[in-house]
Design a protein around this ligand. Structure first.
Ligand SMILES: [Mg+2]
Length: 269
């Protein structure tokens, strides 16, 4: 196994760190893989974060990472929108993630596209109704991520997917979803890794229905870690089977330490 993995894509929140605390063994695992010439990517479904400060923040915490190795949902969605070349857009998002949309023409009064990200307290009665009316007049909806709840801020809260579904139902339209588990963000990440064989790339994630489902569909190997947003019921209630299951990121190193085929205890299937 250790010689087969040429690239590793790590989810960030819930895998390498959670609620701003780095998990033990995460920095060392990245360093050891990099030392072996393995291609590294960090793929976050965060819309609030942008690549540059996210990279700087990781560096401060001790991770040796480069900006080109960090893919946030905000970056992937901005890239996607740029390829569509919209006349105008309303990016419903707060935080650093907005920086990624600097090349687009913003017109919140007459948008051709609405890009829905983590708008925090902007998800209010007025803004959601405005969005609904634009959609009924023909605007298109791009939803940055599918997740409906999130724990990363320290308390369970509704997140982007909830509002996306609400607007889809109310307007009777279908949105395009970009972040994990959708193919777009995986294709976008894999494009940055060159012509690497997909079966030689491992995705390490904590969410069964986004990281593991999406990576499996993309043809990648998958390792689930039981930290962060992991919930046992997500695994039991789905037909999704990770290739490997670990208690935490620190355990993932076992994959690379064994010269023999992986034993049953860490296989997910
Ligand atoms: Mg996660």
């Amino acid at each position: 196994m250790k010689d087969e993995i040429a690239g590793v894509i790590f989810d960030l929140d819930g895998v390498l760190e959670f609620q701003d605390k780095v998990y033990p063994g995460a920095i060392e695992l990245l360093d050891s893989r990099r030392g072996k010439g393995v291609s590294i990517r960090i793929l976050s479904n965060s819309t609030l974060k942008s690549r540059k400060p996210c990279t700087e923040n990781l560096s401060k915490k001790g991770f040796a990472v480069y900006q080109h190795e960090v893919i946030t949902a905000s970056f992937a969605i901005a890239q996607h929108l740029e390829t569509l070349n919209p006349k105008s857009c309303w990016v419903m998002l707060k935080g650093e993630g907005l920086e990624e949309f600097r090349n687009l023409h913003h017109d919140p009064d007459n948008p051709e596209y609405i890009a829905l990200g983590d708008f925090r307290d902007g998800f209010n009665f007025q803004n959601l109704n405005r969005a609904l009316r634009f959609l009924l007049k023909g605007a298109k909806l791009v939803v940055m991520i599918t997740e409906i709840t999130d724990n990363n801020m320290g308390e369970l809260e509704l997140t982007v997917g909830t509002y996306g579904k609400m607007l889809e139902d109310a307007a009777g339209i279908k949105a395009t979803y970009i972040g994990k588990s959708n193919c777009y963000i995986f294709d976008s990440t894999l494009d940055t890794m060159g012509n690497m064989e997909r079966s030689k790339i491992l995705m390490v994630g904590d969410r069964v229905k986004t990281d593991i489902l999406g990576a499996g569909r993309a043809g990648l190997k998958t390792a689930l870690v039981k930290t962060g947003e992991f919930q046992e019921m997500d695994l039991k209630s789905s037909n999704i089977t990770p290739d490997y299951i670990f208690d935490s990121i620190r355990e993932v190193v076992k994959l690379f330490q064994r010269s023999q085929p992986i034993e049953e205890d860490i296989r997910g299937c």
